[in-house]
Design a protein. Structure first.
Length: 100
């Protein structure tokens, strides 16, 4: 369990293919296709955070279905929703949905 002063951020929070009940926490328009831990790390650094990386962790809702997706821990500075929005906008800028 992370310390109380940390926010836990999973790649699934930014997955455009998932519903809110499946773990997505940002709006579909702020989400990206197939986010992974490396994308999340890059976006959080770009957004000005210093992530602690835990590559072997599995999301609690899907621990039995998937391989380790990993997660990051961030110092709690503001609300989780504000932090997610900042990361989502930097992730979306770098990993735009490809539409052909």
């Amino acid at each position: 369990m992370p310390e109380k002063d940390k926010l836990v951020i999973w790649p699934v929070y930014f997955d455009a293919a998932r519903s809110r009940s499946e773990g997505r926490m940002v709006s579909r328009q702020d989400a990206v296709n197939e986010p992974n831990l490396d994308m999340l790390i890059t976006a959080s650094l770009k957004a000005g955070f210093k992530p602690e990386i835990e590559r072997e962790k599995r999301h609690p809702r899907t621990w039995h279905l998937e391989e380790s997706t990993g997660r990051i821990l961030l110092d709690k500075k503001g609300s989780k929703s504000a932090v997610l929005k900042r990361i989502a906008s930097s992730m979306k800028a770098k990993y735009k949905k490809k539409s052909h």
